[in-house]
Every structure is written in structure tokens, then in C-alpha cells.
Design a protein around this ligand. Structure first.
Ligand code: G6P
Length: 619
């Protein structure tokens, strides 16, 4: 959601902060702001509605000096996106400036209390309450900022990552987190001095240093120019900062010649999946090795049930995972929207395995769902992309996707990475539980290994999608249909179109169409049908006939060499043949490209679609 950047060192802070905001803009983009303690000792705050470029415009002709600063890109929760509600927020005396990611749940009662003490507020945000509360505590306890933050946060209910500047102390930067990520980059300069960088994730930090400290929940840190980095928890117990090395490089977070991150990430999929399966899938002996399962063999051997919790696109990949794991491992698998699961008092057994699927590893609802499962004693397994994020740290075991950073808000390579990881997980569990014949096991592993090459083929052979996407730009509705493993692909195709082109789209199990959606079909309605020459091919051919006889336009995804569905279709995308269970990783590619080109033709901002955030760190 919101993005935080911070810097303290010997360099001018403003260029570092603005560059960092651009890197984090995918997290939030309805307003942005920056605060600097100038060389003259002023605590300046500049902010603006809109994107980071609008902030740069706002900053022209301002005093941008200073070697310490914080900055923020906002995704509004409390208060509309405007200049007043944008961060940083001053405290009443303007001695403090604070940026915040998260939600302060008890902000109304805190605000009423502070107003009772005579404090006044400029904005509608929960964030301003936080900075006022800190200032109040500093005065009330006659303490420094580090202590004041600690005292104040003990009164706060909710989630936060914060960074704070204090005018009177231009040599120190204070930050804290609970429930929202915050990374501290540590860099030693050639002259021996230390500089610190702050980021909601590592993307604004990586070009300066690969040495980082991931702040833990409930920790407060203070950094200063002498190289001090002290961390305490909310009870003032000192914590030892643990230095980690980032596994990220700059190329991975730049567009590399593509017009949008989304298109780059679509094309990256074959290589991303090769990296994902490397070391886990051995083509020579047709075997999979997943340490996350091997290290906890008994939990998988004795598990009664698997529950997969996820949100958004990750929920769609979870559904494909369910189909595969049930088929390969003969274990009942339930797929839950994390946001529903966490609040409905679900039955969770201590011999359940609960899997969290999340690209970011930070989705608030998914995190809360696994915390609930932990209380009930279930074994927790995380499938995440962002290394060191909260979900991998909260789970007992897990598997990273290793598909590289995903910057485009609409998820693409993380989706296919999640699907292949869930398939590998299913194969690893099947091996432990011996639920597949050797022949079937080796054949599935062998075919899975070929998927990245088949994805490459799919990309190369569907290059002309851009040519006809414009014909659909003015459509108001789309229907996506699939059966079996391809029903979740229909859901994902529809979600991609909605997210970035703002065209209403519904994904449906093809046979359910007769129970409602068929009423919508007319000559204006494009119907995308995933119709590989496998499994329920004949049945889907009948579904296509039903649509055609009502005048609907058919856009199909077919297997190479297919003539029947091709002949019935107005537009056709081709994928290579593969096992039913692996078709989703190929069939989704033309659907990603279709939504991309429709959105581009409509002039939509593909990488930063309106109202959406890449990582939903508040519920
Ligand atoms: C947001 C993103 C989606 C993503 C979902 C779940 O809605 O825009 O692309 O699928 O969150 O995120 P996660 O990081 O948990 O996979």
C-alpha cells in the first residue's frame, strides 16, 4: 500500500528520496510527500496530490537541502487523497514530521483524547494522530524522541510502519514497525562514515547497499550519523540488529526496454519459472526435492487436511493448487479467502497443514489468517515471493517462488510461479505419502520441467494479440469460461482485464453459464473460452455452441493443431499441448497479453491502475 523511504548520511537526501519514491510508486500513487531537515536547520515538508512527478513539480524552487529526510507515497485509507491528507504530517509544534504505512484502529479515541488536551488537527488522517501522540508523550514524560515513540506506540492499536524526523535533532532518524514492513539499508562509505536508508521494501535501497536489517514487529530503531543503530522493543528491551544480504539486483527492478513492468514481467515468465524450479526439479532422474516438505515429512504424512489461504490472484493460483494436490496426494484441500477465513471462526485441526500463498508475503488478511491457524496448532507453510517478508517469517516452513521482484500491480509472473510451486509441492507431498505410481510421478515431473519452454513458445506464437486488442477496447463486459483446471484461469483472466482496463469481466465455470450468465450473451459480448484439447474438450465445444447460437463472439485458447474450436472462434490463441494440470500456466499467458493490450489501447495506466495497490498491508 503506502511506501516509505528514508535517508540519513552525508549525501543530499532529496534525490535519494525522490528516486526511492519512484521505485516504490507501485505501492501507492494517490499522493506523495517529502520532509527534509535543511542545511539551515528547518524541518520542511512538501507534498502534493497525485503521482511522484507532481511532487517533484511542487518541490521546484523550494529549499531541498539536507542530508536527512523521509518520504512517502500514499494509498488513501483515512481521508481522501489530497495535499492536506498526504504524508509527512507535522506535529502541532512542527518539531516532528512523520510518515506512516498502515492503519491506526483506535485513532478516533486517541484523537478525542488529544483534542481534550487542547491539541488541534489539520487532516482527517490516523497518521496525524500518531505524530501528535508522540509529541504529547515526549512533553508529558519529558523524554527524547526514541523514548516518546516507544511510550506512544504502547497506546496504539493497529498496524504501522513509521519514520520520524525531529527538527532539533538533525543527526538522528527514528522508525518503528508493527504489521507493516520496514527495511533498513546499512552502507559504509569509503571515508568510513555510515549511512542508513529506509524502505517499505528493498527496492529503494538496492542501488546503494545490499546489507539490510529487516525490522521485526514491535521494534523501534534509531539511526544516527555516528553509525549508531539501536533497536528496542515496545517494552524497551534492547534487540540485536541482524544484518542480512539482499538477493536482488537493480536490473530486476527496472523496465529493461519494455514500455511497462507488466509486459516485462509477462515475458520474463519462462526464465522466472526456470529459476523457480532450479534445484527443486531434477530432469535427469525425474524427481522433485523440496526441503520445506522433507524437513517436516511427518506433518505431511500425517496431515488430515490442507487449507490454503490467499487473496486476489494468489487465491486463483491456490485453487489450481487445490485441484492438483487433491488429485496427486488424495488429501482434502480447502481454499479460503484469507479475509473471510480470519473472521469466521473456522474449524482448524492441529493436524491440518495451512498454506499461505502470497506474492508480497505482507497481505494483512493472509498474515492474520495464518496467525489464527497458528493459535489452533496447525502446521504453517508459506509460498511467497518477497524474501524476508512477514509471512515466511511467521510460518513453520515454506518455499520461495524466486521469480524476481514483481512491480506491475497486476500480478503475472507471480501467478505462474505460484502455480508451478504448488505443483512441485503437490509432487513432493505425493512422494512422501506415496499416492502416485512411479510411472505417473516421473511423467508429471518430466512434463512440469518442460513448462518454461512451452511458455516461451506460447509467448512467441501469440505476438499478434496487440493487433486485434483494439477491437475490444469499447466493450463494456467480458465473460471468461473454463472447466476443471481452467476454471481458475477464467477467473484470473477476468481479474486481469478488470484490474487494468476497467472493463467489467466475469470468470465462470463453463457449465455454470447456463445457470445465469448466458442471459447476458449477445452480439456485444466477447466470451473468452479456455478450450485445450484435453479433459472435457467435447463438453466445452458444446458450451461454445450454446454461446454462438446466441450471437456471442468467441475468443478461444486452443491447443496447437486444434481445428474444431478454431473453426468456431472469432479469435483464437494457441498453446502447446501439455497435461491438464499444467495447462493453466500456458493458457493464462494469452489472457495476460489480451488484458495488457486492451488496457494500453484504452490509454490506461497499466502498471498503476486506479485504486489498486500492489501489496494490501491493511485489511
Ligand atoms: C493485491 C494485488 C494483487 C494480489 C493481491 C494479493 O490485490 O493487487 O495482485 O494478487 O493483493 O497479494 P499477495 O501479495 O498476497 O499475493
Amino acid at each position: 500500500m503506502c511506501g516509505i523511504v528514508g535517508y540519513i548520511g552525508e549525501q543530499q537526501a532529496y534525490p535519494i528520496l525522490i528516486k526511492g519514491l519512484h521505485r516504490l510508486e507501485y505501492r501507492g500513487y494517490d499522493s506523495a510527500g517529502v520532509s527534509l531537515i535543511s542545511d539551515g536547520g528547518d524541518l520542511n515538508v512538501y507534498k502534493s496530490k497525485g503521482k511522484v512527478s507532481a511532487l517533484e513539480e511542487e518541490c521546484k524552487n523550494q529549499d531541498l537541502s539536507g542530508t536527512i529526510g523521509i518520504a512517502h507515497t500514499r494509498w488513501a485509507t483515512h481521508g481522501e487523497p489530497n495535499q492536506v491528507n498526504a504524508h509527512p504530517h507535522y506535529s502541532e509544534s512542527k518539531s516532528l514530521a512523520l510518515v506512516h504505512n498502515g492503519i491506526i484502529e483506535n485513532y478516533k479515541s486517541l484523537r478525542t483524547q488529544l483534542e481534550g488536551y487542547g491539541m488541534t488537527f489539520c487532516s482527517e488522517t490516523d497518521t496525524e494522530v500518531l505524530v501528535q501522540l508522540i509529541e504529547y508523550m515526549m512533553k508529558d514524560h519529558n523524554c527524547d524522541l526514541f523514548t516518546g515513540v516507544q511510550i506512544a506506540l504502547n497506546y496504539v492499536v493497529g498496524a504501522y510502519a513509521i519514520a520520524i524526523l525531529e527538527k532539533e535533532h538533525p543527526d538522528q532518524l527514528v522508525c518503528a514497525r508493527k504489521g507493516s514492513p520496514l527495511v533498513i539499508g546499512v552502507s559504509k562509505r569509503e571515508n568510513g562514515s555510515t549511512e542508513y536508508f529506509l524502505g517499505s521494501d528493498a527496492t529503494p535501497i538496492i542501488e546503494y547497499t545490499n546489507q539490510v536489517v529487516y525490522l521485526q514487529d514491535g521494534e523501534i530503531a534509531i539511526m544516527d550519523r555516528s553509525g549508531r543503530l539501536d533497536i528496542v522493543d515496545l517494552k524497551n528491551s534492547p534487540q540485536t540488529p541482524k544484518l542480512a544480504t539482499l538477493q536482488l539486483n537493480l536490473d530486476q527492478i527496472e523496465k529493461g526496454g519494455f514500455p511497462h513492468f507488466m509486459l516485462k514481467e509477462i515475458w520474463e515468465q519462462p526464465n522466472a519459472l526456470r529459476t523457480c524450479i532450479r534445484g527443486r526439479v531434477n530432469p535427469a532422474n525425474k524427481d522433485v526435492v523440496l526441503s520445506g516438505v522433507l524437513d517436516h515429512k511427518d506433518r505431511f504424512l500425517n496431515c488430515r487436511r490442507i487449507i490454503i489461504c490467499a487473496c486476489g490472484t494468489s487465491w486463483h493460483s491456490a485453487l489450481i493448487g487445490k485441484y492438483f494436490i487433491e488429485e496427486a496426494c488424495q488429501i482434502p484441500v480447502e481454499v479460503e479467502y484469507a479475509s473471510e477465513f480470519r473472521y469466521r471462526n473456522p474449524v482448524i485441526f492441529s493436524d491440518d497443514v495451512v498454506i499461505a500463498v502470497s506474492q508480497s508475503g505482507e497481505t494483512a488478511d493472509t498474515l492474520a489468517a495464518i496467525e489464527l491457524a497458528k493459535e489452533k496448532g496447525a502446521f504453517l507453510y508459506g509460498i511467497c515471493n518477497v524474501i524476508g517478508s512477514s509471512i515466511p517469517r511467521a510460518t513453520d516452513s515454506g518455499t520461495y517462488l524466486h521469480v524476481g521482484p514483481e512491480i506491475g500491480v497486476a500480478s503475472t509472473k507471480a501467478f505462474t510461479g505460484q502455480v508451478i510451486t504448488l505443483c512441485i509441492l503437490g509432487l513432493a507431498i505425493a512422494k512422501v505419502r506415496q499416492t502416485l505410481s512411479d510411472e505417473m510421478y516421473h511423467m508429471l515431473v518430466d512434463e512440469l520441467y518442460k513448462i518454461p519452454d512451452k511458455m516461451q513458445w506460447t509467448l512467441e506464437n501469440n505476438k499478434d494479440i496487440d493487433k486485434f486488442a483494439e477491437r475490444f477496447t469499447y466493450c463494456k463486459n467480458f465473460l471468461y469460461l473454463g472447466r476443471g483446471y481452467n476454471y481458475p484461469v477464467a477467473l484470473e483472466g477476468a481479474l486481469k482485464l478488470k484490474e487494468i482496463s476497467y472493463i467489467h469481466a466475469e470468470g465462470y465455470p463453463a457449465a455454470e453459464m447456463k445457470h445465469g450468465p448466458i442471459a447476458l450473451v449477445d452480439a456485444e459480448m466477447p466470451v473468452v473460452v479456455i478450450a485445450p484439447k484435453r479433459g472435457m474438450y467435447e463438453k466445452i465445444v458444446s458450451n461454445i455452441q450454446e454461446i454462438k447460437s446466441r450471437g456471442g463472439k468467441i475468443i478461444s485458447v486452443v491447443t496447437e493443431g486444434d481445428t474444431t474450436v478454431r473453426g468456431m472462434s472469432d479469435y483464437c490463441f494457441t498453446i502447446p499441448d501439455t497435461r491438464d494440470c499444467f495447462v493453466p500456466m500456458l493458457a493464462v499467458i494469452p489472457l495476460q497479453l489480451l488484458s495488457y493490450y486492451v488496457a494500453v489501447t484504452k490509454g490506461c495506466n497499466v502498471d498503476q491502475p486506479r485504486n489498486l495497490a500492489k501489496s494490501v498491508t491493511v485489511e
